[in-house]
Unconditional design. Structure first.
Length: 268
């Protein structure tokens, strides 16, 4: 099954971001992708934390969700809508939410980011808890490829990557990591963490990232990639917009898990 990690350099403009996402998703579909993953906050990278609250949507309705459903249906894709801010009962807090759509356009899964990012170094100061509330549970969904292959797909978002217990709990064949890693943390840790999660879980990892210098001055690391269950990087792109494609193969997955049955060995 061909899979695409979509890399973007999103701006504060929702319309401009949706136009860019539409173009990149069409490119992925034309290349034969069945599963496409957009990056974290593909729809908006604002100038300040509270910009997320101005564009938050109610689950099940809104311009961004309509775009995702329409794109999945029009292009015939399993589509992961990176993340978008979803409203909560608290007007001062949103959820950082990843939504999965079937080729029919139906939303089949919702995951709210559990681990909220905090990092401070020099001029960099990030704290998602200022405007976000955390999710509470791991989420997966079942995907059937056009060839009839069955995959269990585990959802995660960016900073979740540092918490291996989440990925083991997902028990997934494909792990999704839409992200907006900072240049500082990405340069140091991005690839090694992605490869570690693939190796530990004998699973494919599809990591779609923001990658470049944004209008708000933030620089994201990029290097969207596809990693196989043995930890090999099958494809990646350093910086700027890109469609990173590669094959997810059920036979390769099964072979790795047969040769090294680590997932059958319980924890202490």
């Amino acid at each position: 099954m061909k899979t695409a990690a979509i890399q973007m350099v999103s701006s504060p403009s929702i319309e401009a971001n949706l136009e860019a996402a539409a173009r990149l998703l069409a490119e992925a579909a034309a290349a034969g992708a069945e599963l496409a993953v957009l990056p974290e906050y593909f729809c908006v990278m604002g100038f300040k934390d509270t910009d997320k609250l101005r564009v938050q949507e109610t689950i099940g309705s809104g311009r961004i969700q309509e775009f995702l459903a329409d794109s999945a249906r029009k292009l015939g894709l399993w589509l992961i809508g990176g993340t978008l801010p979803i409203a909560t009962g608290d007007p001062a807090r949103a959820r950082n939410t990843s939504l999965a759509y079937a080729p029919s356009g139906e939303c089949v899964a919702r995951y709210d980011k559990i681990h909220l990012f905090r990092f401070a170094q020099g001029n960099e100061d990030y704290d998602e808890t200022r405007v976000l509330e955390p999710g509470q549970r791991p989420v997966h969904f079942e995907l059937t490829s056009r060839k009839g292959e069955q995959f269990r797909v585990g959802m995660s978002i960016c900073y979740d990557l540092r918490f291996p217990e989440l990925y083991r709990a997902l028990k997934a064949d494909i792990l999704l990591v839409p992200s907006a890693f900072t240049h500082t943390t990405g340069q140091a840790h991005w690839e090694v963490l992605l490869r570690a999660r693939a190796i530990e879980n004998l699973a494919y990892v599809v990591a779609a990232a923001q990658g470049g210098v944004h209008e708000n001055g933030r620089r994201t690391w990029g290097h969207s990639m596809l990693v196989d269950p043995w930890g090999h990087v099958l494809a990646q792109h350093a910086e700027g917009e890109a469609v990173v494609t590669g094959e997810v193969e059920a036979q390769v997955l099964q072979s790795a898990r047969t040769r090294l049955p680590a997932l059958n060995h319980g924890v202490l």
